[in-house]
Design a protein around this ligand. Structure first.
Ligand SMILES: Nc1ncnc2c1ncn2[C@@H]1O[C@H](COP(=O)(O)OP(=O)(O)OP(=O)(O)O)[C@@H](O)[C@H]1O
Length: 252
């Protein structure tokens, strides 16, 4: 069953048509890649899917619900979470608190309860600590829960960003160049992590990536974007053999 159905999505910035007539269907549980040359419009598509930009054309349906034009908070509540090309953690907060911030949607208490430290406050804070630690354990970050996020090695910061996105309990996880800046060992470990997340969190993943080892290693399907338009889509191995894709993106 399709989890995400995007039809004829488009956006212009002044005279620039950054994305035009873009459509994609992602089934529940799929690991799906969005690839293409620099400036092709990939991040702009993520920004439209997450409500950062409002599309000028097209529709976005998540799990049967039309979310076109909703804001970032509404879209996160509907079930889309993301990570960013340039890591955006709360660097001066602890590893644990980075995840707890994202849990707040699901553990609510009133300002009154918080300010006066009523018993419900302590109960929910304890429950959030436990849930956050459980998530950190999945990523083997629990031993560093009390460190500042800025103190983590680069690869661990990327993992923490994924843990924080998962804390919002999404249906669809968008990863924007998760392997950027990683060495081959870290990339291989990241692939295992993404597979683990898909299998153990019943997650559907759409990722943007330039690292072809990661793309061919984990993506089941690909869409290739060129100059804002869909160049081709299909099973990963077939797409990577497509002469048009080789000319436009892969070179040689
Ligand atoms: N807010 C904006 N205002 C004006 N132009 C923008 C804006 N956001 C993106 N663009 C333009 O839209 C086009 C697509 O950019 P985008 O960042 O989506 O590409 P990309 O495929 O993600 O590239 P990369 O692989 O380098 O990250 C570019 O020409 C970019 O300059």
């Amino acid at each position: 069953m399709a989890l995400l159905e995007v039809k004829n999505l488009g956006i212009s910035f002044g005279g620039l048509r950054a994305v035009d007539e873009f459509s994609i269907t992602i089934e529940k549980g799929q690991l799906y890649g969005l690839i293409g040359p620099n400036g092709a419009g990939k991040t702009t598509i993520f920004n439209m899917l997450t409500g950062v930009y409002k599309p000028t054309d097209g529709t976005i349906v998540l799990d049967g619900k039309n979310i076109t034009g909703k804001n970032t908070i509404e879209i996160n509540r509907a079930g889309i979470a993301r990570t960013f090309q340039n890591i955006r953690l709360f660097k001066d907060m602890t590893v644990l608190d980075n995840v707890k911030v994202a849990l707040h949607n699901h553990y609510k208490y009133s300002t009154f309860t918080g300010v006066f430290r009523l018993p419900r406050y302590f109960k929910l804070e304890k429950a959030m600590d436990a849930k956050a630690l459980e998530l950190l354990k999945v990523f083997e970050l629990d031993d560093n829960a009390s460190l500042l996020a800025s103190g983590l090695p680069y690869g661990d910061q990327r993992k923490l960003e994924i843990a924080r996105a998962l804390a919002t309990q999404p249906k669809l996880l968008l990863l924007d160049e998760p392997a950027a800046g990683m060495n081959p060992n870290e990339t291989a470990e990241l692939m295992d992590t993404i597979r683990f997340v898909r299998d153990n969190f019943d997650m559907t993943v759409l990722l943007i990536e330039h690292d072809m080892s990661l793309v061919s290693g984990i993506c089941e399907k690909l869409s290739v974007l060129n100059f804002g338009q869909l160049l081709c889509e299909g099973k990963t191995a077939e797409v990577l053999k497509n002469p048009e894709v080789i000319t436009a993106y892969l070179g040689e």
